[in-house]
Design a protein around this ligand. Structure first.
Ligand SMILES: *[C@@H]1O[C@H](CO)[C@@H](O)[C@H](O)[C@H]1NC(C)=O
Ligand SMILES: *[C@@H]1O[C@H](CO)[C@@H](O)[C@H](O)[C@H]1NC(C)=O
Ligand SMILES: *[C@@H]1O[C@H](CO)[C@@H](O)[C@H](O)[C@H]1NC(C)=O
Ligand SMILES: *[C@@H]1O[C@H](CO)[C@@H](O)[C@H](O)[C@H]1NC(C)=O
Ligand SMILES: *[C@@H]1O[C@H](CO)[C@@H](O)[C@H](O)[C@H]1NC(C)=O
Ligand SMILES: *[C@@H]1O[C@H](CO)[C@@H](O)[C@H](O)[C@H]1NC(C)=O
Ligand SMILES: *[C@@H]1O[C@H](CO)[C@@H](O)[C@H](O)[C@H]1NC(C)=O
Ligand SMILES: *[C@@H]1O[C@H](CO)[C@@H](O)[C@H](O)[C@H]1NC(C)=O
Ligand SMILES: *[C@@H]1O[C@H](CO)[C@@H](O)[C@H](O)[C@H]1NC(C)=O
Length: 598
């Protein structure tokens, strides 16, 4: 773990430190939640269990960062493409010096010194490792071990915590406290080779013609390969550069290892010219890189094979972030860390030159992430976008529901204490500063039935959706799903791509796999090729994509107008002409998009 600070000011004088003998401090509740329905209290947390507490300090200038992000991402703005430097972003995300010192004094009063903490690049986060016993005193709370009713996972959490009155204004949030989210890989189903039907051969048969007039091999209607995607999305024959500075990043979590032997076998089958090439591995917070074949991850294999296969020879990086280990109550697990996105964000925001395109296929129900935390993680994506990074996230695999594959347990109840039925949007897809990617199937393309879509209950509709989303909502029959979704929320997804029957090599077997975890690396692959074209023409990278996609970019997307995304006992939303909460604006036409962005 890196110490991200060279800030050595010693704020605590000897006098105040000595005076910090236990004094009654009045605490006031900072945050209180109702535990999600799937979690039950198992017992008190062991007092010596070590928590890695992350303290978020307020970012008073974040609105200026947001303004800058929109300006540099708006293709009609004079600042378009003038992305911010790391230093400029850090300055706009920095806390007020008074907050820095107030938090430091508070920590010092509990014996925690500067040398005991790590800071993020913008100093907007402080991390400390302390035992439950001390956290309970500092936060005037009680930690419990909570168990998940379906899979038995356990975490150490609380449903409310408090802060001394004078610290309230200097802290946005502290986690892990009230956060029950677990970031799942968004894969649906793995079809083993034994169950894969023989490809019907179509000797001399006619190609399939898409509505836009593109011709595709008939086999692509049931099995997706690199070649199929290049045909379907109109990129056949485009060659990217290995040396123009373009890079593509994939994030991996939860012990998902990208296996290099699997990648080579995949390349042998689908991208022979890429054989012997590989990606750069980066460990974040101690993320591991097992190359033991029986520990290969299906999600990691899918992401690396398709994203890197689509973009070879563009240099690729795979980030393996540790964290979120399920807490096993009776094992001596040293820490019980938070969800790892913000750990990854801390890492990537500290880097001088992150990849221009990054894809992530992990997420969870928005409502399991406390609002305060969702806002801060989302601000982190804005910081990255302002620096010129295009960020793709899978939109989720539960249609309008919570992704529970068993409809009888697919409850769709709110955990805000009201326990009412409501559609369940996913996070980080619901963050307005990322590009959320939904799913399609078959050719001609139709919405895949599980494509995560709907409306955020946390984030209001962003300016770039001001005409596309009302156009959809106004065409809904009056009263449709009233009360089940937030018509003023950020609409999900923004775009889509194929999501089913991807042929990958997993543990040396050819299998088919699907999920919006296939569509995000796919869309990201084409975005990376667009960035390649931009860089080769001496232009800056695309950065945050959405303001472009909803305007000029529209003409380079294939609208998907059939299919729907059932969930929560409903048929979900319909894919329609124009934007819809199933397939967004549609799937990429690389050739057309390239002409638009050059
Ligand atoms: C929410 O309501 C449902 C249906 O009435 C019920 O089964 C469930 O136990 C309730 N959950 C909570 C946490 O009250
Ligand atoms: C592709 O497969 C779907 C589902 O099986 C089918 O409805 C469709 O007609 C097929 N497309 C073509 C062009 O054959
Ligand atoms: C996906 O592949 C399976 C197994 O080969 C096949 O049975 C199925 O028809 C395919 N699904 C679609 C939608 O093409
Ligand atoms: C891409 O590379 C291939 C193989 O070297 C070559 O045949 C093809 O003409 C190239 N395409 C373009 C557009 O340069
Ligand atoms: C990959 O490496 C093998 C063994 O060194 C070599 O025979 C083969 O030609 C290489 N393939 C490519 C595409 O570079
Ligand atoms: C590979 O991983 C499997 C499963 O975790 C384990 O049983 C096996 O011992 C490992 N093999 C080696 C060589 O480490
Ligand atoms: C819904 O109702 C409003 C006013 O109540 C009306 O203006 C609008 O046209 C209706 N929309 C549809 C699609 O029926
Ligand atoms: C979806 O389309 C079907 C068929 O046209 C229609 O009956 C249904 O009301 C539509 N649902 C929504 C939510 O628009
Ligand atoms: C495919 O891309 C080319 C540019 O490379 C463009 O001229 C053409 O219109 C696109 N084709 C279709 C059918 O979208």
């Amino acid at each position: 773990m890196k110490l991200l600070s060279s800030w050595l000011t010693v704020i605590v004088t000897l006098g105040t430190y000595v005076a910090a003998v236990p004094q009654p401090v009045s605490h006031r509740v900072k945050e209180r939640v109702v535990a999600p329905n799937d979690w039950v209290k198992l017992g008190r947390a062991p007092s010596d269990h070590v928590l890695e507490l992350r303290i978020g300090l307020p970012q008073p200038d974040i609105h200026l960062l947001e303004k800058a992000l929109y300006e540099v991402s708006d293709p009609y703005h004079e600042r378009y493409g003038s992305h911010l430097s790391k230093e400029e972003v850090d300055e706009l995300a920095a806390p007020h010096p008074e907050s820095l010192s107030a938090v430091e004094e508070w920590l010092a009063s509990h014996g925690i010194l500067e040398s005991d903490f790590t800071r993020s690049s913008a100093k907007d986060w402080v991390k400390i490792r302390i035992p439950v016993e001390l956290a309970e005193t500092m936060l005037d709370t009680t930690y419990h071990v909570w168990g998940h009713i379906h899979d038995g996972d356990a975490v150490v959490r609380t449903t409310s915590y408090s802060l001394p009155e004078h610290i309230h204004g200097h802290v946005d949030l502290i986690q892990p406290t009230t956060m029950f989210a677990r970031f799942k890989g968004l894969k649906s189903t793995l079809i083993w080779s034994s169950d894969i039907q023989e490809e019907i051969s179509y000797p001399g048969s006619s190609l399939i013609t898409t509505p836009s007039g593109i011709q595709v091999d008939p086999s692509c209607n049931s099995t997706i390969t690199i070649s199929c995607l290049k045909q379907l999305y109109n990129a056949t024959g485009y060659n990217s550069s290995a040396t123009n500075g373009n890079m593509l990043g994939i994030t991996g979590y939860l012990g998902q290892y990208a296996n290099i032997m699997d990648l080579q076998s995949f390349y042998a089958a689908q991208r022979p010219d890429a054989l012997n090439s590989t990606f750069k591995f980066v460990s974040v917070m101690g993320g591991l890189n097992s190359q033991n074949l029986s520990e290969a991850g299906d999600e990691a294999d899918l992401d690396t094979q398709f994203a890197f296969g689509l973009t070879y020879p563009t240099p690729g990086t795979f980030y393996s972030t540790a964290g979120s280990p399920p807490y096993i109550p009776d094992a001596d697990t040293p820490t019980d860390s938070n969800e790892p996105y913000v750990d990854w964000l801390d890492y990537i925001l500290s880097q001088p030159s992150p990849p221009q395109t990054i894809t992530t296929s992990y997420g969870d129900d928005e409502q399991t992430v406390p609002l305060s935390y969702a806002i801060r993680a989302c601000n982190g994506f804005a910081q990255l976008g302002a620096r010129g990074v295009s960020i793709m996230f899978s939109s989720g695999d539960g249609g309008v529901g919570d992704g529970d594959p068993d409809p009888t347990t697919q409850t769709c109840f709110t955990n805000d204490g009201r326990n009412v039925t409501r559609f369940i949007p996913g996070f980080p897809a619901s963050c307005p500063y990322v590009t959320a990617v939904g799913g399609t199937v078959n050719i001609p393309e139709t919405a895949v039935w599980f494509s995560g879509g709907g409306f955020s209950n946390y984030f209001p509709r962003p300016p770039y959706q001001e005409s596309a989303v009302p156009a959809y909502l106004n065409a809904l029959p009056n009263g449709t799903y009233a009360g089940l979704y937030n018509p003023y929320g950020r609409g999900i997804p923004d775009v889509s791509a194929q999501a089913w029957n991807f042929s990958i090599v997993y543990q040396q077997q050819t299998v088919k796999i699907g999920g919006t975890s296939a569509s995000s690396p796919t869309f990201a692959g084409f975005v990376s090729l667009l960035n390649d074209a931009r860089l080769s023409s001496g232009l800056p990278p695309l950065g945050f994509l959405n303001p472009l996609l909803y305007t000029k970019g529209l003409a380079g997307l294939n609208d998907v107008t059939s299919g729907n995304n059932p969930g929560c006992g409903t048929e979900g939303f319909n894919a329609t002409i124009g934007w819809d909460p199933v397939t967004g604006l549609g799937t990429p036409d690389f050739g057309k998009l390239k002409a638009i962005v050059l």
